[in-house]
Write a protein that binds this ligand. Structure first.
Ligand code: FPP
Length: 237
């Protein structure tokens, strides 16, 4: 089990590969999403145990509505069950949940349940962000429109950062994508500017705590220069 230090506070996961995992077993894609939720719970618990402060997961993108209705309905149903379970486990888990994305298109009932979970969990400090109907470009456009509505005629990076869905937490130090694709798929477009990226062929339902360790080990082998240089003093840290 690895332990993290102040260099690694936030990991974001693109949970890809549920559909292929199910299809390889001769099952419908929905079967993979069910196992995907179990992986999500295991990974979240593990990340908290090893000392991470923030975990963000890409649960549903603005583009995922294009999927067959049956698959979308299953993901929404799993989400509903997940909210029930997380609400029940709040005292034990001590996690603060934030749902990031354009939630206005969800059913009013689901929106209300999300709002309640966020409110009940707001006393805790470990953060789990669930990206739902989330799109990185949509987020930036929405920020710009909000700043225009505030009356701004010129905007700064700080203005955008404070208006993003993720204004309550630090930017991801590491973004992990499972399932073998090498892209960010409109995830955290602004926030990922200096994130380290880690890609693995492991499909999300198979992603284990050992795989989290492997991603973290890779992260610590990288040199983060933020456009500058790494000095000898930095190297010896
Ligand atoms: C990508 O795999 C996965 C998704 C689009 C949805 C992820 C959803 C879950 C893990 C379950 C629901 C989430 C919560 C929070 C309850 P894919 O279907 O694109 O896989 P493929 O690339 O193999 O087709």
């Amino acid at each position: 089990m690895v332990q993290v230090d102040e260099r690694l506070k936030h990991i974001a996961f693109i949970m890809d590969g549920n559909g292929r995992w199910a299809q390889r077993r001769g099952k419908p894609r929905e079967y993979g999403h069910r196992f995907g939720v179990e992986t999500l719970e295991t990974v979240n618990r593990y990340c908290q145990k090893i000392g991470l402060q923030v975990v963000t997961v890409y649960a549903f993108s603005t583009e995922n509505w294009k999927r067959p209705k049956r698959e979308v309905d299953t993901i929404m149903m799993l989400l509903d069950q997940y909210i029930t379970k997380m609400t029940r486990n709040l005292k034990k888990d001590q996690v603060c949940y934030h749902f990031i994305g354009n939630l206005s298109v969800l059913s009013p009932k689901l929106q209300e349940r999300i709002r309640q979970l966020e409110e009940l969990s707001s006393q805790y400090s470990l953060i789990v962000n669930i990206a739902l109907n989330y799109g990185g470009r949509e987020e930036i456009v929405q920020c710009c429109n909000r700043l225009i509505a505030e009356g701004k005629t010129e905007i700064t990076e700080a203005d955008i950062s404070r208006t993003l869905y993720t204004a309550h937490c630090c930017e991801p130090d590491l973004i992990v994508r499972t399932g073998g694709e090498l892209r960010l798929s409109n995830f955290l477009m602004w926030q990922s500017a200096y994130s380290e990226l880690y890609f693995t062929d492991v499909l999300w339902p198979d992603f284990s705590t050992d795989d989290v360790d492997a991603a973290i080990t890779a992260f610590y082998s990288r040199k983060r220069r933020y456009g500058g240089v790494v000095t000898d003093a930095d190297e010896s840290k």
